[in-house]
Ligand binder design. Structure first.
Ligand code: B12
Ligand code: SF4
Length: 525
């Protein structure tokens, strides 16, 4: 039997990390990374597993030192901390293994600090390694060639995490995405054939997450609608489960823009209680989208703005990813991006500079063209050397976009364009289902309104003195919302107050980038 410790290192500040908003929400991190509880579930019962998420608890180095195997995961924004942790583990003589998105694309990054590395998925390789390790026959590099059969993936061990310290829960229904965006490492690692869990698995995981008492769950799929036919069936099962239990869970996720072209799918998502989806829109310029091979964004009926509005009008809020610095982009792109996001009335836009992730087709192409900055922390915030502007212009333009988008006036104009429409609503109460669950609906709405009050009170109390003007602005906008939004749903105010808190996060992030106070510029990479 082995004692195993698995660590998720502290994140650097990032757009979706919500770091500046977490104190208001009273939580330590946004959500648990899905791999930790999954790896624990994949570990044969003869071994003991301890999970440590440094985002919600300190690392207990003594426990690590006594373990036979210490594993670490991490994505790009954790790489510095990963290195620090591995250095300390090595100093203490630990046997270290590493996997996850960063080492998968940068195998040489940690050198001798890692005894065994895992490239890509690990449903087969992790148990195989443990068996080989027991016999003293393990290898130093494991790469799973066959993609994981999702219908055999076990339910994650949430019981090993301190779930109460997270704002949201995480669940995964599927992996992979059928598209071919040039900059994307997801399809390099997880492939273009979407693979999905069965309804039975999903329901078991819904039961497990419900036991944690976390009511809002991020479905961490690469693209929830990669296989539309299959996800529709799973959504039907989710709806049955939600109805059976009186709609205990609210979901948000990531999907591609072709969601707008499928009414049935939108209706099922609403009925299952999805309230928001992140969509990689990337650019308002068709040429840039074609260059990036993001063909799904130029196909289908209507403009991108019309598609976003269609999804919003159905009752699902759209958050987006936008990229500046494509070869086609000239300095006019910055204003075009801002204008697009305004017209699309999208509150949360993760706007970033194009970055080339190792192993992607974009990385290979730019390397061939001699247009990659090899440094780990590029001075201009991205390793891509743009074509139609200088690196300085790209960085300045990006910082300007970020700052303009999150100037309160601009942000609330977009948010209110959505939230102050009288008919506006999101999620299952948008459909007629709520009428069958009046009791539950009433309880939920009152509880949301009470939570909104608590969140707003903490926001008012905790905003630092130097940002005092924001307090006034938030009060004013909340008042406007309460006055104008006479929709049927008192609980919607919680979502609005969440937008106030998230404004503080994005605003602070934009200012931090503008001041260049951090060595690591916060980019989408
Ligand atoms: C859902 C998601 C999110 C969610 C949840 C993030 C979270 N904290 O969990 C949200 C939207 C919040 C998010 C935010 C960000 N994300 Co994100 N996210 C994803 C996504 C789509 C799925 C991740 C997931 O949960 N997968 C399911 C789990 C089970 O898979 P997994 O972690 O890969 O684990 C498997 C294997 O890798 C392996 N494994 C993993 N670790 C280990 C460790 C050991 C020891 C072993 C043996 C095996 C192993 O085993 C697992 C089972 O096969 C990925 C894309 C992808 N597919 O990787 C991007 C991705 C990880 N995100 C990325 C980025 C950049 C970010 C942000 C920095 C963006 C930003 N600027 O804000 C932030 C970070 C915010 C934060 N503090 O959380 C990048 C990372 C790039 C890289 N190669 O490092 C990715 C790859 C997407 C991309 N290309 O842009 N993200
Ligand atoms: S749609 Fe998203 S996940 Fe799919 S290939 Fe493009 S960037 Fe990657």
């Amino acid at each position: 039997m082995a004692k195993i410790v698995l660590i998720n290192p502290r994140f650097e500040v990032s757009y979706w990390g919500m770091e500046f908003a977490l104190p208001f929400i009273g939580k330590k991190a946004n959500l648990p990374v899905a791999c930790l509880p999954l790896l624990a579930a994949l570990t044969p019962a003869e071994h003991s597993v301890t999970l440590i998420d440094e985002n919600v608890e300190p690392i207990d180095w003594e426990v690590c030192q006594q373990a036979d195997i210490v594993g670490i995961t991490g994505m790009s924004v954790q790489r510095t901390r990963m290195k620090e942790i591995l250095t300390e583990l090595k100093r203490r003589g630990c046997f270290t293994v590493a996997g996850g998105p960063w080492i998968t694309v940068r195998e040489d990054y940690f050198g001798d600090l890692v005894d065994v590395m895992f490239i890509g998925e690990a449903e087969d390789t992790w148990p195989r390694f443990l068996a080989e390790w027991k016999q003293g026959l393990h290898q130093i590099r494991y790469e799973q060639i066959e993609k994981t059969d999702m219908s055999k993936v076990p339910a994650p061990r949430f019981d090993l995490l301190k779930m109460g310290r997270y704002a949201f829960g995480s669940l995964q229904f599927s992996r992979g995405c059928p598209f071919q965006c040039e900059f994307c490492d997801i399809i390099v690692t997880f492939g273009r054939r979407p693979r999905i869990k069965t309804g039975v698995q999903v329901i078991a995981e819904l039961d497990a997450i419900r036991r944690t008492k976390i009511p809002i769950v991020f479905i961490v799929d690469d693209n929830l609608i990669g296989n539309k036919k299959a996800i529709k069936q799973v959504l039907k099962d989710v709806i049955v489960w939600q109805r059976k239990h009186g709609y205990p869970l609210t979901f948000f996720t990531e999907a591609s823009i072709d969601l707008a072209d499928d009414d049935e799918l939108l209706d099922l998502m609403i009925e299952a209680n999805f309230v928001a989806t992140f969509i990689g829109i990337e650019s308002p310029d068709e040429e840039s989208l074609r260059e990036a091979k993001k063909y799904q964004n130029v196909r289908g009926g209507g403009t991108l703005i019309e598609k976003v509005h269609r999804i919003q009008d159905k009752g699902i809020e759209v958050w987006c990813g936008m990229i500046m610095g494509f070869d086609n982009d000239d300095p006019g792109i910055f204003d075009r991006q801002i204008e697009f996001i305004r017209q699309a009335r999208i509150s949360f836009s993760m706007s970033g500079m194009l970055a080339a992730i190792p192993k992607t087709p974009l990385y290979d192409r730019l390397a061939e063209e001699g247009r990659l900055d090899p440094s780990d922390m590029p001075e201009y915030g991205t390793n891509v050397i743009p074509q139609r502007m200088s690196r300085g212009e790209l960085l300045d333009g990006y910082i300007r976009v970020l700052n303009e988008l999150y100037e309160p006036e601009d942000y609330f104009a977009r948010t209110d364009a959505m939230y102050l429409r009288r008919s506006f609503d999101i999620g299952w109460t948008r459909s007629q289902s709520w009428k069958r669950f009046k009791h539950r609906w009433f309880f939920q709405e009152i509880s949301h309104a009470v939570q909104a009050f608590g969140l707003f009170a903490r926001l008012m109390a905790l905003i630092p003195r130097e940002q005092a003007r924001l307090r006034r602005i938030y009060r004013q906008h909340l008042w406007n919302f309460l006055k104008f939004h006479r929709g049927p749903r008192p609980g919607l105010v919680l979502f609005y107050v969440f937008h106030l808190a998230m404004h503080f996060h994005a605003f602070s992030l934009a200012k931090r980038n503008a001041s260049r106070e951090s060595k690591q510029l916060v980019n989408s990479f």
